[in-house]
Ligand binder design. Structure first.
Ligand SMILES: [Ca+2]
Ligand SMILES: [Ca+2]
Length: 201
């Protein structure tokens, strides 16, 4: 009977064990790695602080749910992992760049791949033109020599300058970047599982 009582007591202690009890050395090392990654980047730092505060004193499925919510990564969704988040970000940026240049070139009325102020004004005043915000902004940002002509080089430079503004969704991949423990641009299932394990109590 004494033996049974002892086993029951041990089981009880295991259930009510304090923080980090039972964390493997690997999970502890991954936790330290995540801390280091978060400390090196303000955006990742913000996500990390929130993750830590919400997952502390949690375990099992609730940690998984919190991680999914805060990172926006649903590993249970088919094909979600591995996630080539770096490539995905480059594809999105390229799409925005292409759209911006196209919008600016809609004011290139004589087709010389440059936009003069006269062309901008004439095209924007045309009843069917519509939009034009990008072209006008490009002129403000991009006419570096202020000669009222946006050259092809200036069009490229202004599209690049407008990219951070137009891609306000850039923060989307912060969770994936933080969890990409080997920093190769791809978040794998194994990395995701290691993060979950590191956050478990
Ligand atoms: Ca110019
Ligand atoms: Ca990786």
């Amino acid at each position: 009977m004494k033996q049974i009582a002892k086993l029951a007591l041990m089981a009880l202690l295991a259930v009510t064990a304090g923080p980090s009890q039972g964390q493997t050395p690997e999970a502890k090392a991954d936790l330290a790695l995540l801390e280091t990654r978060a400390a090196g980047d303000p955006l990742m730092g913000q996500v990390w602080v929130q993750l830590r505060s919400e997952t502390s004193a949690r375990s099992g499925q609730s940690v998984l749910r919190i991680v999914e919510t805060l990172s926006g990564i649903r590993q249970t969704r088919d094909g979600a992992l591995p996630l080539s988040y770096r490539l995905q970000g480059q594809v999105q940026a390229a799409a925005i760049r292409a759209q911006t240049v196209a919008e600016i070139l809609r004011s290139d009325l004589n087709g010389d791949w440059q936009v003069s102020r006269e062309e901008l004004v004439a095209s924007l005043s045309h009843a069917n033109r519509g939009g034009g915000g990008e072209a006008a902004t490009a002129f403000l940002l991009g006419d570096a020599d202020q000669n009222s002509l946006l050259t092809t080089e200036e069009i490229k430079a202004s599209a690049e300058a407008m990219l951070p503004v137009l891609s306000g969704r850039r923060g989307m991949d912060v969770g994936a970047r933080l969890f990409d423990l080997d920093d190769d641009g791809i978040l794998t299932q194994s990395e995701y599982d290691r993060v979950i394990a590191a956050l478990q109590r």
